[in-house]
Design a protein around this ligand. Sequence first.
Ligand SMILES: Nc1ncnc2c1ncn2[C@@H]1O[C@H](COP(=O)(O)OP(=O)(O)OP(=O)(O)O)[C@@H](O)[C@H]1O
Ligand SMILES: [Mg+2]
Length: 386
Amino acid sequence: MEQGISIRAIGGGRVKKEETIQALAQELEDVKNFMDSVIQSIGSGIIITGMNDTITYINRAGERLSGYSREDVINKPFSIFALREKQSDIHAFFDNPDDHTTRREGWMRRKDHTEFPVGFSMNDHVNVKGERIGKIVIFRDLTNVYKIQEEILRMDRLVSLGKLASGIAHELRNPLAGIKTTAQALSEEMPKDDPKREYLNRITREIDRLNDLLKTFFSFAKPQELNLVYCHIREVINEIIPFLFKEIADQGIRFNESYDPELPKIKVDKAQMHQAFLNLFLNAIQAMPRGGELKIEVTPTTLQSSDGLKQNFVKIIISDTGKGIPPHIIQKIFDPFFTTKPKGIGLGLSITYQIIKKHGGTIKVESEWGKGTSFIINLPEALENP
Ligand SMILES: Nc1ncnc2c1ncn2[C@@H]1O[C@H](COP(=O)(O)OP(=O)(O)OP(=O)(O)O)[C@@H](O)[C@H]1O
Ligand SMILES: [Mg+2]
């Protein structure tokens, strides 16, 4: 009887222990699942390697950013990512080379062998005894960060050049006005049939030309307030096409336009938009001295910003079949005063860029040397006043 009780007691203890173990195992499983879902839902890529630098783990973001699947990389050497650090003087100065946890910047290679910029940190992976058993690499794609940095730099350059241009333009305007009035006074005193009158006319013409140039400088330097109106992009384009008819006809250019019937309205400063598109059309025409095709295609599009918000845009593609832009200069074409034309000032595209940006839009270029160029502009949809 006693034995029976004790056996039952022992038996009861075993059942309890098993229950506890089961509960602990469940808890452990829950914690594991929780950790796993946290790690999987993190936007940064995580790669863990063993001592021999072979990959033992990659999270979902790591797969997405690198283009590799888990199966592709497990047991492969970490070197397949070709991670290399960017040389940065500032970082080298501040960072402690012995500190393995420092955030660094560099380049990583995707499965398709393209490289992308990353911000990364590399930490030792240690076991419970504190021994090093590999490393943990956490990385983020910096492509968009770099793009934004570049845009800020470009805007910065535009602003400082704008200030310089406005200073020079201002200083030149008064003496020019003085020269013009003097020339006019001289002309009034001169007999009508004096052959020297032609010299004065030439002076006046050149002064007018300089004044026009200064006006361009001013519009670049002191961007005017936006006088926004609701309209259709087609209206804006139609208002400038007549100014281009002569060039288009003279150079034997075919002009094609296509507008999607479902375009949203936009809110723009028409005068500034005229200037922005005129610059693009003139460049296209100048790129086709022996004819070709100038095309404008307008469609609605939806874009997602980096914070996941969707916005409707009007997408305008202006393309030509001209000489194209060589790859080594394509980075510079939006810079003020960059020109490859003997009589160019190089302000056309930087003004266009500024105007599109001010309207909350984007502009980019695609070009193939010898085949042609396309400028792709996105302007945000505007909702009509309530
Ligand atoms: N459609 C195009 N096809 C080929 N090259 C182009 C095209 N658009 C721009 N470019 C290149 O970009 C450069 C800069 O253009 P941008 O309009 O800013 O200045 P520009 O046309 O040279 O002078 P301007 O101030 O008179 O406009 C041009 O000199 C040309 O080399
Ligand atoms: Mg131009």
